[in-house]
Design a protein around this ligand. Sequence first.
Ligand code: ATP
Ligand code: MG
Length: 447
Amino acid sequence: MKLDIPFPVQEILHRFNIAGYEASVVGGCVRDSLLGLSPKDWDITTSARPEEVKLALSDLRLLETGLKHGTVTALSGGMAVEITTYRIDGTYSDNRRPDSVYFTGSLADDLSRRDFTINAMAYSEQNGLIDCFGGQEDLRQKILRCVGDPDRRFEEDALRILRGLRFCAVLGFHPDEKTAQSMITHRELLDHIAKERISTELVKLLCGQNAAQILREFPLVIGQILPEVLPMIGFEQHNPHHIYDVWEHTLHALDATPADPVLRLAILLHDSGKPHTFTSDKKGVGHFYGHGAVSVQLAEQALHRLRLDGKTIRRVSTLVRIHDMPLQPCAAWIRRRLNRMGEEDFRALLEIKRADSLAQNPAYRDRLNQIDAVLPILEQILSERQCFSLKDLDVSGNDLIALGVPPGPKVGALLTRLLDAVINGKIPNEKEALLDLAKQTLHEKHC
Ligand code: ATP
Ligand code: MG
């Protein structure tokens, strides 16, 4: 077996070898290479101690990213390569980080501190694949298994629970029985982990090809970090539009949503307000009036708690708030929406609505026709560069001032009025027509 190691990484391995140290690529890059995927980053593990790493690579730019833990980052050929000295971790007293680390001369020791068998393989040209824990076989069988005793490993560092589910969601793997059980048992330890680290893993998990299935199998783990989802689980809708309970509907919709963080977060939380707004009419039909507004509150609460960035929170909130808004396949309406939310969010709304409809009773799939009717009109508006925002309007504030409008808020108000007329298709976006309407409006105001 031969791994296709990028040249700058080979160079670094070579430098260690000529200086008399062992060095191999390790972890995610080995896993991904064996799966035929292209690794995002390459990590090196070496017998050289941190000071020796610095000497062996003295002609490269080095960043002392985690020297205390034995990690140096080398910048070579446009790549950032993390180099870590063979290490074993000391005791863990906070379910997060080792209290101390010890350097060791043994690659096998270093591999034994790694989280999962599929992440605990190393490779070098001299020694080929070093796989002390059956990682290759687990890759073949698509099994996620802890190195050593799962209970101990999750007690040491609870983030591993979420990393594990993330690998399963992304790679289409399943945890082995003991690992799965231990993830559930130790879920409360996730409360000790920094929210930023949790949200990074959660977003990657949600964007995985198998996210819905993992959420279905581990609702309590997800509920530990996102308690907002718990009331959805098993909540029956008693409504002819639906064939699933709220949680199952959400998971089916998640499956039908493109793997984008904003879209996946929005679809996960779009109906979170339903259990809180349920009413039943005389015929026993369930309704969820105003659930969008409650879902927005819950989504904002959850995403702030998980410290997601402001733009993501704003976009998710918008999509959750209007996910139920009926679409109108009419150019003026679409231009109005584009004016309010921009192209990116409008396209995202269409994706959310498509996924939502696909997860409802197939008898009501005609809602999909609405989306299909909107799309060509949207494409036409965009390809013809039709005007839907002030910056594209064929007159400026200065043009209005030249007509006699006093500088100040009146200019903005009149521009908005002209834009409305263009968006609604009343007048073309042409200077002459716009100035005529401006004059007419000013005249009416004076009469
Ligand atoms: P990704 O594709 O996200 O980069 P990865 O497996 O490479 O996945 P990294 O965070 O880059 O993940 O870590 C590199 C390697 O370090 C892992 O493959 C694993 O061997 C080890 N590792 C990372 N985090 C942990 C952890 N919390 N506990 C034990 N080992 C870990
Ligand atoms: Mg990595």
